[in-house]
Design a binder for this molecule. Structure first.
Ligand code: C2E
Ligand code: MG
Ligand code: MG
Length: 736
């Protein structure tokens, strides 16, 4: 539609008026009629045109009410295919930056449709598809995307009228772009940070992030729990199991080794948690895996210092306590069970003292390596201190496992005794307990295993399992140990002396010093009640030192008092005897007291000597060099092998009381005693019978050729003053 032009209209009207005036001048007779027609034309023509235009306008606007379309909050165009009619609503006009009366609405329509040069293809695209997407630069310079839906509103012979409704995609597109880039950003970040993500809704099937797929060289993003677990280092699987089981909303972290894309185990820090599901969502379990191999390598030195034992290169006590508590917690959580075995190398100090520190360290290192061979997945071998080691083993239900394992260790360990160590009997003792049931913490459990070890540590190669009944005795032992320390500090120990009689002369030839603990309330405690405990807690050294010095002091005192010289016997335990500086200690006691060595006798038991026969012989020889006497105590209670009389440089054999008790009535007992005495004599070893309580026993033993006797028949162990009276009363019998 052409617009009304006032100038053109004025010119047209002026020209027409000039023509009418000229016509009337030349033809005056037609002037009246001409003027009437002219006026009529001037007045009615515009009216006619207006009516025509108004009619035309109403014909199209009736199809859709533009005023409704005008204010719709969506882009809208009503257009005829010849563009004789175009309506662009306010929303779209604003985007296009045009006014309501823009003269080139056709161009605006094509722009809105994103088509620069209209052609038939472009047209078909718009009207032929239900949704046509356009993109154009809007008034503020940003790109707008609109999905157009165009429908044919009216079709006449000459033209078609279309209604195009737009749906602005710009924001959605932005959102899409943002979402896509958020995902990209996430994946790129994970790739840059080298963080793998693994999640699961059922803890059976896991979804791995692209970076995790790369890190571990997985075949797809879906992996089953079992397949993932198979990639984890066997020693770390239990940590992972407990992570799966214990995951909560609180974030936790474990370190584990996982087989990676280079087919090697690499360390990963796994930070995990679980998220509770709501009505619409499933619970999620999972976390992030970060390759921590480098940190582990960097930390290796620190770890070595903190957790690795320098000498043996296996875990140290710190590591044992940390790892042990973790295993203990896992046991509680997953109903697993582990054994804790503590091992002690028997008389290790002797190896150190006699073979030197280098050999000592060699033994420790090799012992550690033997232990290491027995470690099962998830277990540990550690050096607790000195010659104390620990082994943590998974309990697969066999109660024999600890004993079997320790026996295998003992066998392997014994084989190390070659070259410089050939003279040493390499053995170890063990105590074991089971976790979690044997304690409320790992510390508890290991203490119980240690207690079991101590309970048998007097003997070599002992293996003891902890039993809950031991608990009472633990308390008793601890209390007793404390009391013993106090007793030593308060000088509550004293010596009682039991006379030893020469059977051929009836003379007092010596006394045995027997320790008594006289408590502050006056009660007398006999040695059986505290010596074994003192031995296990290493208090025995202080006790024996007292006995030795006091025995020597008392003996020289009696000599100074003018009594006949007698032999003072003192009892030594295994711990005392195997001390490297034993000779020096005895020599010191002799020097200090001024007692001549032949008046001192050391009593040793048979089993003590058999613990390590080579060392025992060497040690005994040293004592013999000093000039002190050596008695084998309690003969008959142990192996009672007479062949040892040949090997051990002893001077006296003490026949145990158990032999003597039946000697009156039992001929066999008599024969045994008589032959032992005979063999001893042939080896120039004197004999003494313990526990003689009556004259019949005395005469039988005298008959059998026994040299000396000791027993209640002559006197019970008594304080020195009493023995003094005994000396005096029996003076007539003594010929010094
Ligand atoms: P032992 O060395 O065999 O000492 C002899 C024990 O037999 C003493 O018991 C003594 O009282 C007892 N006895 C002696 N004659 C008779 C008798 O005719 N009949 C009966 N029924 N018993 C008799 P005691 O003093 O209680 O000592 C027990 C054990 O304690 C000793 O056995 C010894 O192994 C140990 N012991 C004693 N004093 C010491 C010590 O100072 N150091 C160490 N390491 N052990 C000691
Ligand atoms: Mg004795
Ligand atoms: Mg005895």
């Amino acid at each position: 539609m052409h617009k009304f032009n006032p100038l053109a209209a004025t010119l047209v009207i002026a020209a027409a008026t000039a023509a009418v005036v000229a016509y009337c001048y030349f033809f005056p007779e037609k002037a009246f009629a001409t003027i009437i027609i002219y006026i009529a034309t001037i007045v009615f023509l515009p009216l006619l045109l207006f009516v025509l235009a108004w009619t035309q306008k109403n014909k199209t606007s009736n199809l859709i009410k533009p005023e409704v379309a005008e204010n719709l909050n969506t882009e809208m165009i009503i257009w005829s295919d010849d563009f004789s009619y175009v309506f662009i609503n306010k929303k779209l006009r604003m985007l296009l930056g045009i006014s309501e009366n823009d003269s080139n609405k056709k161009a605006a329509v094509w722009k809105a449709f994103g088509i620069n040069a209209p052609d038939s293809k472009g047209f078909e695209k718009i009207v032929g598809s239900k949704s046509y997407e356009s993109k154009f630069k809007n008034a503020d310079g940003t790109i707008t995307s609109i999905a157009w839906s165009t429908s044919l509103v009216k079709k006449t012979k000459k033209k078609c009228l279309y209604l195009s409704t737009g749906f602005n995609l710009t924001e959605i597109k932005k959102m899409k772009v943002n979402l896509a880039s958020a995902n990209d950003f996430f994946n790129s970040s994970m790739e840059l940070a080298e963080i793998g993500i693994i999640i699961s809704t059922d803890r059976k099937k896991f979804i791995a992030s692209p970076e995790l797929i790369r890190m571990l060289g997985l075949k797809s993003n879906s992996i089953s729990l079992n397949d993932f677990r198979a990639l984890i280092h066997p020693n770390d699987r239990i940590s992972f199991d407990s992570a799966i089981k214990s995951a909560s909303s609180e974030i936790k972290s474990i370190e584990m080794r996982i087989k990676s894309n280079d087919n090697n185990f690499r360390w990963y820090s796994y930070r995990y948690k679980s998220i509770k599901g709501t009505d619409n969502t499933l619970p999620l379990f999972g976390g992030a895996l970060l390759d921590s191999t480098q940190e582990h390598e960097k930390d290796a030195l620190i770890e070595r210092l903190a957790y690795i034992d320098e000498v043996t290169e296996i875990a140290n006590r710190n590591k044992l306590m940390n790892a042990g508590q973790e295993i203990y917690d896992t046991c509680r959580l997953l109903n697993y069970s582990y054994w804790i075995i503590v091992l002690d190398i028997d008389r290790f100090h002797i190896i150190n003292d006699t073979c030197g520190y280098a050999n000592g360290n060699y033994v420790l290192r090799n012992f550690a390596h033997i232990l290491y061979k027995f470690v099962t997945p998830g277990g540990l071998a550690a050096r607790i201190s000195g010659d104390n080691f620990a082994l943590i083993l998974r309990d697969y239900g066999s109660d024999e496992l600890p004993v079997r394992t320790v026996k295998s260790i003992q066998e392997e360990f014994a084989k190390l005794a070659v070259d410089e160590l050939a003279s040493i009997n390499l053995s170890c003792s063990a105590g074991f307990s089971r976790m979690p049931e044997d304690g409320n913490s790992f510390l508890d459990v290991i203490e119980h295993a240690e207690f079991a070890l101590k309970s048998g540590s007097v003997n070599q190669s002992s293996i003891y399992g902890y039993e809950s009944s031991m608990h009472d005795s633990i308390i008793f032992t601890t209390e007793m140990e404390k009391a013993l320390v106090l007793a030593l500090n308060n000088n509550e120990f004293s010596l009682f002396y039991q006379p030893k009689i020469d059977l051929s002369t009836g003379r007092l030839m010596g006394v045995e010093a027997l320790i008594r603990w006289i408590r502050s309330d006056g009660t007398v405690v006999t040695p059986d009640a505290f010596v074994p405990i003192a031995e296990r807690s290493h208090l025995i050294g202080r006790i024996t030192e007292f006995v030795l010095n006091e025995g020597c002091r008392q003996n020289i005192l009696w000599q100074k008092m003018g009594f006949p010289k007698i032999v003072m016997s003192v009892n030594f335990t295994s711990t005392d005897f195997y001390q490297a500086d034993l000779k020096e200690k005895i020599f010191e006691a002799l020097v200090k007291s001024g007692l001549e060595p032949q008046w001192l006798e050391i009593e040793l038991t048979e089993s003590l000597a058999l613990n390590d026969i080579d060392f025992a012989v060497a040690q005994m020889k040293k004592l013999r060099e000093l000039g002190v006497k050596l008695a084998m105590d309690d003969f008959g209670t142990g192996y009672s092998s007479l062949s040892y009389l040949q090997t051990l440089p002893i001077t006296l054999l003490k026949l145990d009381r158990s032999f003597i008790t039946d000697i009156e009535h039992d001929n066999i007992a008599y024969e045994i005693v008589a032959s032992v005495i005979r063999i001893a004599k042939s080896k120039k070893i004197e004999t003494i019978a313990e526990g003689i309580e009556n004259n019949v026993q005395e005469s039988i033993l005298r008959m059998a050729g026994c040299d000396y006797a000791q027993g209640f028949l002559y006197g019970k162990p008594m304080p020195p003053e009493e023995l003094q009276r005994f000396f005096e009363q029996n003076l007539s019998n003594f010929k010094t």
